[in-house]
Each structure stands twice: as structure tokens, then as C-alpha cells.
Design a protein around this ligand. Structure first.
Ligand SMILES: NC(=O)c1ccc[n+]([C@@H]2O[C@H](COP(=O)([O-])OP(=O)(O)OC[C@H]3O[C@@H](n4cnc5c(N)ncnc54)[C@H](OP(=O)(O)O)[C@@H]3O)[C@@H](O)[C@H]2O)c1
Length: 218
């Protein structure tokens, strides 16, 4: 099956591999980058690919993105953009990892609702799970935990609108963020996640899932 996918944060790492695999499989791909004038590898991908400019903190660019796709349906919206806390203030990490995914998704909900599949994926991390641990989550973990909390508040509304939305842990992946010592290649992580996205039904709506299809504790 093919359809239309939008990947928020596709310039490198997991987002770039998502764009590559979906485009290679014949999907229409809307990919966002902060630097569409210097797209690098993203600009050389082969397929039905449309690039959009988006820094997820920019409300004006978010509005322009929603307007650009207003006449289309987005079957699968993946909010992938995220940052570690290296060199950034906790306010910046919160703005990018916790607030932006919700705000950008809210701006695009109508376009997703108009599609056949109506699926939304927000990229979180197992480092944002609060369960059974007294450990400090740290700035990055707190930002992903805040995203998970907000997602759980909104999930009933989105479910009532017929959407199928999840938060996803992509595994520990060899990207700029995950580092060279991580256990998974981007190809393995993205291949696994795409399998999970393809098989999502209303039964999984509101869940925290991992790249290989397991349920993760909150
Ligand atoms: N890698 C892992 O092991 C791992 C594990 C758990 C969760 N995750 C999550 O998976 C997602 C992707 O991670 P990754 O490993 O692919 O990271 P990455 O290689 O560091 O790539 C991060 C992506 O996010 C984009 N981004 C960052 N800040 C942005 C902003 N303000 N506006 C728009 N885009 C922005 C980057 O764009 P630029 O190129 O413009 O900076 C880049 O495309 C993140 O949400 C991350 O938290 C990753």
C-alpha cells in the first residue's frame, strides 16, 4: 500500500531514512527541513518528494506548511524532529521536543483527518518513560516525558475524531544523536517502524510503541 506521508524533520538521521524508504516505495513524501535551500542528501532522493521549510519553533512556518498541503490528505504524519540537551537551554529543549510536536500536529490535524489512513506518529524516547524508577530523567528525558503526558491528554479527543495516533520509541539508533555505539542502524529502525505504522489499527490508538512493535510502559 502507498499513500501520502509527511515527515517533520527529514534533513538527516531517522527522518532522512524515513523519507528515503517511503519515496523508494512509491509514496508521496512531504519532507520538512530547516534549510530547503541546502537540502543535501534529502534533495537528492528519488521519488515523489516535496520539500518544505520548517523550524518547528516557528508559528509562521507551521501555518504556511498547513496551507501548502491544505488541498491534500496526509495519510501518515510523523513528527520526528528532536534535539538532545547538548549546548541548549532546558527551555529550548522543551520548546522543540515537547511543545512543538503538539503544536505542529494540531496545525495539521485537519489534513490528516481528510486522508484514508488518518495516522499520526510522534517520536518520543524510552528515556522519557517515568515508570518504576526514581532516577532523574534529565532535560532530554523530561522533555520527552512532557510530550508523552500531553499526548495522553489529547489522545481521547484525537481518537474521537477517527485518528490513530501513537508515540514511538525508535530504538537506540546510530545517528548524530544516537552516536556510533548505538545498537541499531537507521535502516533497521526505520524498516521496523514502517512495519508498525502499516499495521496500526484503532486498537493501538493512544499507545507508546517501540520500533519493533512492542508496547512500552509510560
Ligand atoms: N537516535 C536515537 O537513538 C534516538 C532514540 C530515541 C529517540 N530518538 C528520537 O528520534 C528523533 C530523530 O532522532 P535522530 O537520531 O534522527 O536525531 P538527529 O540525527 O540528531 O536528527 C534530528 C533531526 O531533527 C531536526 N531538528 C532539530 N531541531 C529542529 C527544529 N527546531 N526544527 C526542525 N527540525 C529540527 C534536525 O534538523 P537539522 O538538521 O536542521 O538540525 C534533524 O533533521 C528525535 O525526536 C529523537 O529524540 C532518537
Amino acid at each position: 500500500m502507498t499513500g501520502t506521508v509527511m515527515i517533520i524533520g527529514a534533513s538527516r538521521g531517522i527522518g532522512l531514512e524515513l523519507a528515503r524508504q517511503y519515496a523508494a516505495d512509491g509514496w508521496r513524501v512531504h519532507a520538512t527541513t530547516r534549510t530547503p535551500d541546502r537540502p543535501g542528501t534529502l534533495g537528492r532522493l528519488i521519488g515523489d518528494l516535496v520539500l518544505h521549510e520548517l523550524d518547528v519553533r516557528r508559528a509562521d512556518q507551521t501555518t504556511a506548511l498547513a496551507a501548502a498541503v491544505a488541498s491534500e490528505g496526509i495519510d501518515l504524519l510523523i513528527h520526528n524532529a528532536g534535539v538532545m540537551d547538548r549546548g541548549l537551554s532546558s527551555e529550548e529543549v522543551m520548546a522543540i521536543n515537547a511543545e512543538a510536536p503538539i503544536r505542529v500536529t494540531q496545525a495539521l490535524v485537519d489534513v490528516v483527518r481528510r486522508s484514508r489512513e488518518k495516522k499520526i506518529v510522534l517520536m518520543t524516547s524510552q528515556l522519557g518513560a517515568r515508570y518504576g524508577s526514581k532516577r532523574r530523567l534529565g532535560t532530554y528525558g523530561e522533555s520527552k516525558a512532557a510530550l508523552n503526558d500531553r499526548f495522553r491528554e489529547l489522545a481521547p479527543t484525537w481518537g474521537a475524531e477517527g485518528l490513530i495516533a501513537i508515540v514511538m520509541h525508535p530504538g537506540w539508533v546510530r545517528t548524530d544523536m544516537g552516536g556510533r555505539g548505538a545498537t541499531l542502524s537507521v535502516e533497521e529502525s526505520v524498516t521496523g517502524m514502517r512495519r508498525v505504522f502499516a499495521s496500526l489499527t484503532a486498537a493501538e490508538h493512544g499507545c507508546f510503541l517501540t520500533w519493533d512493535g512492542r508496547k512500552h510502559a509510560w
